[in-house]
Design a protein around this ligand. Structure first.
Ligand code: NAD
Length: 262
């Protein structure tokens, strides 16, 4: 396992789901974790993980965190911009029905928050530092929920720009694109949507927070020290076929029809 001893890493949205698992796994690898969220942790975080109330949309929360890190540790190794919200679902999320308040809130949490985090914490990082943005497969294709999709595309763009700007200082910035992950975010998902995901992926199961956290751990380790400005889908193969899987299925059915007609 990668050794992250002595690395101070902040993780947003760490009260539950993927952020909770990332905090737990990175702490187990030796990192000092600052777990940040607007709500209290759903389950106790492992001993040693420090929880702080923190709203990613508030510049003053980032200023306070930067002050705390510089006073207590002097330096910072990494930041995981994991916090995210989905906003309106169903037909309310469609482009024609976008509600401006919902749109602005989504962009504030999913995109502006990570920008503020990079802006405030990167000055505390030095050569070898690492930033990971948690986007989504919705940030790599057309997704029905307009605001969510746009916010996740923008997050990928932010990582590319940050990778270019911070690269000369030896700070890496990468993006993970999770597919369907069984976390509290999906707790009210209906079977029809879950089944649509299952039909899209190549592997025989949906994802869990335990599938994402090891990739974050890798990006926080020296094993990835020459990896920056890239998108890593962790999606069970949802994006690998580029949407053509449905054609392949049609081709298979056509072959069966032709076979039966012989
Ligand atoms: P989750 O809803 O279980 O956890 C998200 C966490 O973010 C929550 O604890 C929430 O309180 C926190 N949060 C929300 N607003 C915040 C704010 N303003 N400041 C600080 N924290 C805030 O969801 P998850 O599945 O663990 O999602 C983690 C990330 O992965 C999100 O960015 C999400 O968009 C992305 N993602 C999730 C899925 C999925 O299927 N679950 C798929 C692709 C991408």
């Amino acid at each position: 396992m990668e050794d992250l001893s002595g690395r101070v890493i902040a993780i947003t949205g760490a009260a539950r789901g993927q952020g909770w698992e990332e905090a737990s796994m990175l702490s187990e690898a030796g990192a000092t974790i600052l777990a940040l969220d607007v709500v209290e942790p759903l389950e106790d975080l492992p001993e040693g993980v420090e929880f702080h109330r923190h709203d990613v949309t508030r510049p003053e929360d980032w200023d306070d965190l930067a002050e705390l890190v510089s006073r207590r540790f002097g330096t910072m190794f990494g930041l995981v911009n994991n916090a995210g919200i989905v906003g309106q679902r169903g037909t309310a999320g469609r482009l024609a029905n976008v509600d401006l308040d919902d749109w602005n809130t989504l962009l504030a949490v999913n995109t502006t928050g990570p920008m503020l985090g990079i802006q405030r914490l990167a000055p505390l990082m030095s050569n070898g530092g690492s930033i990971v943005n948690i986007s989504s497969i919705a940030g790599a294709g057309a997704h029905f929920a307009a605001a969510y999709g746009v916010s996740k595309w923008a997050l990928r763009g932010l990582a590319r720009i940050a990778a270019m700007e911070l690269g000369p200082q030896g700070i890496r910035v990468n993006t993970i694109l999770p597919g369907y992950i069984e976390s509290p975010m999906q707790h009210d998902t209906l079977p029809v949507f879950l089944n649509a995901h299952k039909a899209l992926i190549s592997l025989p199961r949906t994802g869990t927070p335990q599938d994402i956290a090891p990739v974050v751990r890798f990006l926080m380790s020296d094993a990835s020290e020459w990896v920056t400005g890239v998108d890593i889908p962790v999606d069970g193969g949802a994006m690998g076929h580029g949407g053509l899987q449905i054609l392949s299925e049609g081709m298979k059915q056509m072959a069966e029809v032709l076979e039966n007609a012989k």
